[in-house]
Design a protein around this ligand. Structure first.
Ligand SMILES: Cc1cc2nc3c(=O)[nH]c(=O)nc-3n(C[C@H](O)[C@H](O)[C@H](O)COP(=O)(O)OP(=O)(O)OC[C@H]3O[C@@H](n4cnc5c(N)ncnc54)[C@H](O)[C@@H]3O)c2cc1C
Length: 336
């Protein structure tokens, strides 16, 4: 088999890595550079219990992917800042049946300066540095034999081939991993994937705590020497940019959670587009135009290892994919 992967975000790089390790000649076609979009922009939270929002299949698949993470990262041979830091959720209602209620001194020790007297704690959730992760998966895929062509845009799909801007055609088993842009590739069909803009701000200074902190209006993610705070959820199409109102929203929410954050220097701000899906779960499977892995919405970093493993097993071993991820659930035809 020869595979042609459209899009070199984390999902496309992870699929290319898995295919290359299984001996398939895989070529990734990326119109910018690997990780240019949502994947390196993401906050890097691995929180299946919080992000499932009570959906049993989302929780189970998120936990399955999280369980793969340490082994997957070890196989990359790079430090991507992966840590099972736990997650603290400031909310009246328990986010998950396994959440522990914390208050008083134990909570103060876990997150000094938190402006809440009671919170929920999920000790097994994790976080990582997404820029380092995308770089490591890209490098590992290339080392395993995958080919990356950057600065090339796929404009159309047809049976077993893609067409690039400029007219060049490439043949192979097509896998579309074009994130929020997936339905824009001509011939892909009407997939219900849409852009949902998220804005993030990095604040300087080493954090005094390790868990990710979720509040009612946003989250604070500690990294080695900075805090990343976010994020907006905006239906603005593909309008790029960071806005005054967006920064105000994420900074106000972060300062309300942790007042000391207000004194930190703003280092960077950025935004990108989550590939949104109607039910928040991805579309991974076979369509009339080829294979697709898209629509990972708020959890594409978390779900990347499982997506790659399950998709490549379906492609090479005819293994079943999770029904919760089936594109057919939105009426998308599975075969030509
Ligand atoms: C602000 C924000 C915070 C987030 N935080 C988290 C988090 O904490 N945890 C988590 O699990 N997830 C998080 N996410 C979600 C996560 O980033 C995405 O679900 C994931 O990155 C999607 O990966 P992808 O490879 O499908 O898409 P992308 O990373 O967007 O990659 C798609 C790639 O396809 C390329 N492309 C598109 N069209 C074409 C074409 N026609 N030809 C060639 N190339 C093309 C693009 O250039 C791009 O590089 C966050 C997202 C955002 C925006």
């Amino acid at each position: 088999m020869r595979a042609v992967i459209v899009g070199g975000g984390l999902v496309g790089c992870a699929v290319a890595l898995e295919l290359a390790r299984r001996g398939v000649a895989a070529t990734v076609l990326e119109r910018a550079v690997p990780g240019a979009e949502a994947s390196s922009a993401a906050a890097g939270i691995l929180a299946p219990r919080v992000e499932a929002h009570g959906d049993a299949s989302a929780r189970a698949l998120g936990l399955e992917s999280l369980a793969l993470y340490e082994g997957w990262v070890a196989s990359l041979g790079a430090d991507v800042g992966l840590v099972r830091s736990g997650v603290v959720v400031v909310s009246g209602a328990s986010p998950d049946r396994s959440a522990l209620s914390l208050e008083g001194a134990p909570l103060d020790r876990l997150v000094p300066g938190l402006a809440a007297r009671q919170a929920w704690y999920l000790p097994d959730e994790g976080r990582l540095d997404t820029r380092r992760l995308v770089g490591a998966v890209h490098a590992a895929a290339a080392a395993a034999g995958a080919t990356f062509r950057t600065g090339v845009e796929v404009v159309a799909l047809a049976a077993g081939q893609v067409e690039l801007a400029g007219g060049e055609r490439m043949e192979g088993t097509v896998v579309v991993c074009a994130g929020a842009w997936t339905p824009r590739v001509a011939g892909m069909g009407a997939l219900p994937v849409r852009p949902v803009r998220g804005q993030l701000v990095a604040l300087g200074g080493a954090p005094a705590f390790s868990p990710v902190v979720f509040g009612p209006g946003g989250y604070v993610v500690p990294r080695a020497d900075e805090l990343v705070v976010g994020s907006t959820m905006e239906e603005v199409g593909f309008t790029r940019g960071v806005t005054a109102a967006g920064m105000q929203e994420v900074l106000r929410s972060a300062v309300a959670l942790l007042p000391e954050v207000g004194g930190r220097e703003v280092l960077r701000h950025w935004s990108s587009f989550r590939p949104g899906s109607p039910d928040g779960q991805p579309l991974v499977g076979r369509t009339a135009s080829g294979w697709v892995a898209s629509g990972h919405f708020r959890n594409g970093i978390l779900l990347a290892p499982l997506t790659a493993r399950r998709l490549v097993s379906a492609m090479l071993d005819d293994a079943a994919l999770p029904s919760a991820w089936a594109p057919e659930r939105f009426g998308v035809a599975s075969r030509p």
